[in-house]
Design a binder for this molecule. Sequence first.
Ligand SMILES: C[S@@+](CC[C@H](N)C(=O)[O-])C[C@H]1O[C@@H](n2cnc3c(N)ncnc32)[C@H](O)[C@@H]1O
Length: 283
Amino acid sequence: MTPTDGGTPRQPPAAAPGAYGKAVFQPGRAGEDERIDLGALAYDDITVARLRSLGAGPGWNCLDVGAGTGSVARRLLGELGVAGVLAVDRDTRFLAAHPQPGLDLLEADLADPDFDPGRFHLVHARFVLMHLPTRRKVMARLSELLLPGGVLVLGDAVDPTSDTAPPSPYTRAVQAMWQGLHDTIGTDVSWTPRYPQMLHDLGLDAVAAEIHVPPLVPGSAISRFWADTWDRAREAMTATGLVDDADVDAAIRYLDSPDCAALSPGLITAWGRRPGGAETGPA
Ligand SMILES: C[S@@+](CC[C@H](N)C(=O)[O-])C[C@H]1O[C@@H](n2cnc3c(N)ncnc32)[C@H](O)[C@@H]1O
């Protein structure tokens, strides 16, 4: 990235030829909603527990950006009893499939400089900013959408091992996935550990972060999520030259085998509160 876009160690693609949902992970391809839901199954309990502990509850108006199938938005409404959720996505077909009282939808591109959906007690984005080459600008924009005292919660992938783990079909597949998505749409997870500092630099208070790595148990939601993700990102992965089709197939088989003994990439969740206003909930 350029110094104005996070100062990451990776170089940007000369010209990322595509965007999420266009070059890869197309919502019109059968089963894409199920793939997103596998990720949600792996992480929603962690995310919802964190949102609850940050005070999300009755009276809160919430914004969930890149909301996918809406699993977090629905649990905010159903379990935490928030007043309303505006779910934003560049493609709202999965959200529209399951209407719910209190859930409003907005089809919009986060990278649009005119994106201005209002002000909220909670602004949440999970597995979205990592895919956006303009992530630093988008993060700043999201922080401006907070009411005084409101909290910005960002979740993205963090990968503590793929650069150092012993070579295996699994490791090569993880590396090829990150490289292929980077070359294709500009995805970059190398800077996500900097979230806390970036939120602090945006002027937010009470910044903190946590990491959750779900166990790669054969048949688990996270193992099935990676298998499906690699199948769908196969073209981007093989284009890197790091893996071929047979390697991708071997890595997918490994995930479902009793020999699987690897560490998954995980979820880093970082948050910070906009100064001022009444305290909206416990930190
Ligand atoms: C990996 S999914 C994550 C979905 C959900 N946040 C979750 O964690 O289950 C990424 C979502 O972000 C959306 N998205 C990607 N780029 C976007 C953009 N520029 N503007 C709005 N939404 C975008 C995609 O359409 C997709 O629904």
